[in-house]
Write a new protein. Structure first.
Length: 493
């Protein structure tokens, strides 16, 4: 099996020491590919290429419409290969093919959005007190950007990072998760086909501590953007302090899905399932806490459990599959460990709570959709991000208690509210400390709108105009239109 390389300075490159990583299909743990496993030395090499490309190369100096043309071409190539990309994403990540197809379409849309946005007005002019001075600002690229993405949305997260970074004129180094590099490799084949100049975009493969850590700590990297766990986010912030580099962090969540008694029960049930079980629950914004008004619990919970038990779990390439496998055996064991902890602490499972091993499922990392009731706020399944198909139900009486429970978390990424009373829904959303909120829906994400969280869910925003701002510096320029001697010191000639 041929080893797949990384992409440095416009060339496909294997690591100098020949290290290789095996990439597995989570549906059956068979080998999909072998990829080169980079080192800190490879990261340093990529940084040097990016530094030179930014300081002396053509990409940062191009006019915005020129850069936009490259991004539009890349978006077209993604559309051309969308089915192949989605199929590979499913094989590498495990998510159902129908979800992977949305990711491919969204990735193309993201590149198109920023291709268009970068040609729109940037900067401002100011009427200052001195009539001889024309004051204005321009926006300029930050420089070399390290971008570290997770394994749950490999293709889409690559687009979220690269599209605004490249549109702004930065030179970007993308490091995908070790377990899911395959669609990133294919994306960089398209970047090469589109003709991006060497060093503008590079693909660094390898482990987080060696490769990602080097990017975060390097004095030659001007910005680091990371999506992943909160613990790693803290380490990146610490490493980035060396040269006070710009930092964008999209971290964990323990997001509430709040269902009031006056909500449409069928709509609320459908979205409550989707909020937690889409993407196997391996979603930072998953609605992993169901906050349910007590007066409807007796009717709602049995229906929820019965519906959850009918979710079709299997290989993501099977058209019948509604929920796929977890990413690795190790992560599956972590999720099962949380399920065991929930039972030990006194919570009750009304659905799932076990690994699925029937037939071909035995070879993969499958966990049944799981719902816990009789939870308490101190329980680990209520407080900690599980990142799997595990839902913790909390009951409440009235708006005030719903808001208190919703905010009783170190995280603040997302929240959803279901009620027929839109005034109440908006009232509640305004009181919840979270960056992304929904009323009578859950999970829709748009590249036009900012994405990010409060509290320990992160720092800064991606997507929308805020996502472009995160990759631009602001420079103030003042022009003296009528220069003359000041005469501010007595000895002036």
């Amino acid at each position: 099996m041929k080893t797949l390389p990384m992409f440095l300075n416009g060339a496909w490159t294997e690591t100098a020491d020949g290290a290789v990583r095996e990439i597995l299909n989570p549906a059956d743990n068979t080998t999909l590919a072998l990829v080169t496993d980079g080192t800190a030395h490879d990261a340093t090499t990529a940084i040097a290429h990016a530094r030179r490309a930014f300081d002396t190369g053509p990409w940062p100096q191009m006019r915005a419409p020129e850069r936009a043309a490259f991004l539009f071409k890349l978006a077209d190539l993604i559309d051309r290969d969308a089915l192949a990309l989605a199929t590979l994403e499913t094989r590498n990540n495990g998510k159902p093919l129908r979800e992977a197809k949305y990711d491919a379409a969204d990735a193309a849309a993201c590149f198109r959005y920023y291709a268009g946005l970068i040609t729109k007005p940037l900067g401002q002019t100011y009427e200052v007190s001195d009539p001889a001075i024309q004051s204005f600002t321009v926006r300029e690229p930050i420089g070399v950007c390290g971008q570290i993405i997770p394994w749950n949305y490999p293709l889409l997260m690559a687009a979220w990072k690269l599209a605004p970074g490249l549109a702004a004129g930065n030179c970007c180094i993308l490091k995908p998760a070790e377990t899911t590099p395959l669609t990133a490799i294919e994306l960089f084949k398209l970047i090469a086909e589109a003709g991006f100049p060497p060093g503008a975009a590079q693909l660094l493969l390898g482990p987080g501590p060696a490769c990602g850590g080097t990017l975060a700590a390097s004095m030659d990297v001007d910005k680091i953007a990371f999506t992943g766990g909160t613990v790693t986010g803290r380490a990146i912030m610490t490493a980035a302090a060396g040269n006070i580099k710009k930092v964008t962090l999209e971290l964990g969540g323990k997001s509430p899905c709040i269902v009031f008694a006056d909500a449409d029960p069928d709509v609320a049930l459908d979205y409550a399932l989707f909020a937690i079980f889409a993407g196997q629950g391996e979603v930072c914004s998953a609605g992993s806490r169901l906050l349910l008004e007590k007066k409807i619990a007796a009717d709602f919970l049995p229906r929820l459990a019965a519906a959850s038990a009918k979710i079709v779990v299997g290989d993501g390439l099977d058209v019948r599959t509604e929920m796929g496998p977890l990413i690795t055996p190790a992560h599956m064991e972590k999720v099962l460990g949380y399920i065991a902890a929930g039972r030990e602490e006194g919570a009750e499972t009304i659905c799932g709570g076990h690994r699925l091993t029937d037939g071909p499922l035995a070879r993969g990392n499958f966990v049944a959709p799981t719902i816990f009731t009789k939870t308490e706020p101190h329980m680990r399944i209520v407080r900690e991000e599980i990142f799997g198909p595990v839902l913790a139900v909390q009951l409440f009486d009235g708006e005030d208690e719903a808001v208190r429970l919703a905010n009783d978390t170190i995280y603040g990424l997302a929240a959803g509210v279901f009620t027929r009373d839109q005034g109440k829904g908006l009232r509640v959303l305004k009181k919840i400390r979270a960056g992304i909120t929904w009323l009578n829906t859950y999970h829709p994400t748009f590249c036009e709108a900012p994405w990010g969280g409060y509290k320990q869910s992160g720092l800064g925003r991606e997507l929308g105009t805020a996502g472009l701002d995160a990759y631009l510096e602001t420079k103030q320029i003042n022009l003296n239109l009528a220069p003359q001697r000041l005469g501010w010191f007595a000895g002036a000639p």
